[in-house]
Design a protein around this ligand. Structure first.
Ligand code: EPU
Length: 434
């Protein structure tokens, strides 16, 4: 198994180019199922969650052509059977978007329940199912966690839906379902993340009629058919935020390129509170940290609040702050499992339910640590970059689900990070042969 080995405590200098947004890509790729033509999609990140999704579409019968490393032509007109129950489905969380896309196009779907990052808590989908039911679908959960959904008459019906919790996944799934439903769908109390707006823009570019994405209410006039098109995915807000946090932790000066600075306001505002200098440019952000990291209070909330997907990275930087910080997790129930790993590196942290109290220490010390999920893994990388000595991170397959070329991007700004491979264990008898 590969690991990352990092020799830390060196500031970062240079430029990092941000890739396309993972959470937009994993919504837009299944949305292409609803298109009646070829969708050319640009700025697709090269990460394992995307590769797995493309494999799923391939198994379903889509024709996918690679135009270049980040551009694909996806033609889903050949998909005939709305059934996706293969093993790959269980490996990624966003595979549940196939429910909305297949139900929308075929009026029926059979899909395996999703897997994905496990923070240690429950990840329910009751709001997705409530919305599909409001649109007339009959839903059954059968053996092995397979969901069967069917709209009597072969087409979903537009409906008024109020989400009891602000959910990114439910908003996306119901937008997909509504795009081809019969009549108008109004979804209230929706999520407003940049990738929600990106999905609406993509669907509109292929002929859907979706208004209000980015506000609390989304209104969709269902269309019988959607066409093909050309679309470029937005840059990844969380990837950019992760590198901003890395520079905040190590010190130095880096230009983060190919970003939409407005999408980063919720992160850069907090970094400025912590004494980090931020300079917004047209499509890049310069980050510089020369002084001490200041303590702060942080609470994660749905967008435009501070993103939960940046909580582990910022909490790691706060381990080195001048004083005691408080972090409150307002989205997920259990997202502090990674704190035990930071403690191995000398951090001083106390967790009580959704609150973590972090007392800044002068330095972190390199240690062998584990990435428990994608963002916790990114936090381990930041901890390793800040720490004195050598850090070895295992579980890097989680990190590579969401960060394209992370090792190369960090090496380009002066980080000492490399892949290391454990030598395969050879049994005593095998060693004695010959
Ligand atoms: N929730 C419910 N019922 C539902 C759906 C959600 O109670 O039917 C609750 C969840 O338990 C959670 C909250 O609502 O407490 C928010 O969950 P949401 O549905 O918004 O999360 P998600 O769609 O499963 C996406 C991202 C996550 C990110 C969250 C929150 C994707 C593929 N995943 O998950 O990203 O943490 O939104 O912003 O878009 C990551 O990229 O590392 C990641 C985990």
């Amino acid at each position: 198994m590969a690991k990352y080995r990092i020799r830390g405590a060196r500031p970062l200098y240079g430029e990092i180019e941000i890739s396309g947004a993972k959470n937009a890509a994993v919504a837009i790729i299944p949305a292409a199922i609803m298109s009646g033509g070829v969708c050319r999609i640009e700025n697709i990140p090269q990460i394992s969650d995307v590769t797995m999704f493309l494999d799923i579409l391939d198994e379903l019968g889509a024709d996918i052509k690679t135009v270049n490393r980040h551009t694909m032509d996806i033609d889903c007109s050949g998909i005939k059977i709305p059934r996706a129950t293969f093993d790959a489905m269980r490996k990624i969380r966003a595979s549940y978007y196939l429910l909305g896309a297949l139900l929308g196009r075929f009026g029926e779907a059979e899909v395996a329940m999703p897997g994905g990052c496990n923070f240690g808590g429950v990840r329910p989908i009751d709001q997705h199912l409530k919305g599909f039911r409001a649109m007339g679908a009959e839903i059954r959960i059968v053996n092995n966690g397979v969901i069967k959904a069917k709209a009597p008459g072969g087409r979903l019906k537009g409906a008024d839906i109020y989400l009891d919790v602000v959910s990114v996944g439910a908003t996306i799934n119901l937008m997909l379902a509504g795009a081809m439903a019969d009549g108008t769908t109004v979804i209230e109390n929706v999520a407003k993340e940049p990738h929600i707006v990106d999905l609406a823009n993509f669907l509109n570019s292929i002929g859907a009629d979706i208004r209000g994405a980015g506000t609390n209410v989304i209104k969709i006039r269902g269309k019988e058919k959607l066409g093909g098109g050309f679309y470029s995915i937005i840059p990844d807000q969380i990837e950019a935020g992760t590198y901003l946090a890395a520079v905040a932790g190590t010190g130095g000066e880096v230009l983060i390129k190919n970003v939409i600075p407005k999408h980063l306001d919720c992160i850069t505002g907090k970094l400025e509170d912590m004494g980090v200098e931020i300079e917004n440019r047209e499509d890049s952000v310069l980050v510089r940290r020369t002084g001490k990291i200041r303590k702060t209070r942080l609470k994660t909330l749905p967008y435009p609040g501070f993103p939960t997907d940046m909580q582990p990275q910022l909490a790691t930087v706060l381990c080195l702050a001048d004083g005691t910080s408080t972090v409150t997790e307002g989205v997920w129930e259990n997202r502090y499992r990674y704190m035990d790993e930071l403690v191995k590196m000398g951090a001083s942290v106390q967790v009580d339910g959704r609150i973590a109290i972090i007392e800044g220490v002068p330095k972190l010390i390199g240690a062998p640590v584990q990435a428990h999920d994608l963002r916790a893994g990114a936090a381990m990388v930041i901890a390793g970059l800040c720490a004195h000595g050598v850090t070895e991170i295992s579980g890097i397959e989680y990190i590579e689900r969401g960060y394209e070329d992370i090792v190369e991007k960090l090496r380009n700004v002066g980080a000492d990070i490399e892949y290391v491979y454990d030598a395969p264990k050879i049994s005593r008898s095998a060693r004695n042969i010959g």
